[in-house]
Design a protein around this ligand. Structure first.
Ligand SMILES: [Zn+2]
Ligand SMILES: [Zn+2]
Length: 167
């Protein structure tokens, strides 16, 4: 997703609105075994502050991720805020590059990576296909939502078992 700042560059202290509609890069979800289920959409307002371009916006999409208990795919809606600062390479000499500035050349600034990152950061740590998902049996691997299995889960704390042996 590229923002074309050609017009805004000529108008310091003005803002421009950009609509976002872009395919998500699945690499940002690879760690979760997930992928984007729909396009990423949203909008941003970019302000030319006179020295940098301040980007504020909101994006949303849906991702497909495995249920944390049973591993069945779940479609999960996600909303993320975008807050970025863009600076032109030819004008960035005065800035501290340790800060999170996105440097661009020419008229277009590519913010695809920042959008992917923002969505990844907005995802919860646990997703369930339903609140009462039974998950997989830790003994035989059966998906207990489909069919209960016959395994007896050993819920005895081994430390107590030891004590019982001593009695
Ligand atoms: Zn589940
Ligand atoms: Zn089982």
């Amino acid at each position: 997703m590229k923002l074309n700042l050609r017009r805004l560059k000529l108008h310091p202290h003005e803002s421009e609105r950009f609509l976002i509609a872009t395919a998500g890069d699945d690499r940002f979800l690879a760690e979760l075994g997930g992928k984007f289920a729909v396009l990423i959409t949203g909008e941003t307002v970019v302000e030319n502050t006179g020295s940098v371009f301040a980007v504020r916006g909101q994006v949303k999409t849906k991702v497909q991720v495995p249920c944390s208990r049973c591993l069945q795919p779940v479609i999960f809606p996600v909303d993320a805020a975008l807050e970025l600062v863009l600076t032109e390479r030819s004008k960035n000499t005065g800035f501290d590059l340790d800060e999170d500035f996105i440097i661009f050349d020419g008229d277009e600034a590519d913010i695809s990576a920042e959008i992917g990152q923002a969505i990844f950061m907005a995802l919860p740590l646990v997703y369930l296909c339903s609140d009462d998902c039974q998950g997989l049996c830790p003994v035989c691997g059966q998906d207990k939502n489909n069919q209960p299995c016959q395994c007896k889960e050993d819920t005895t704390d081994p430390r107590w078992a030891k004590l019982n042996d001593l009695r």
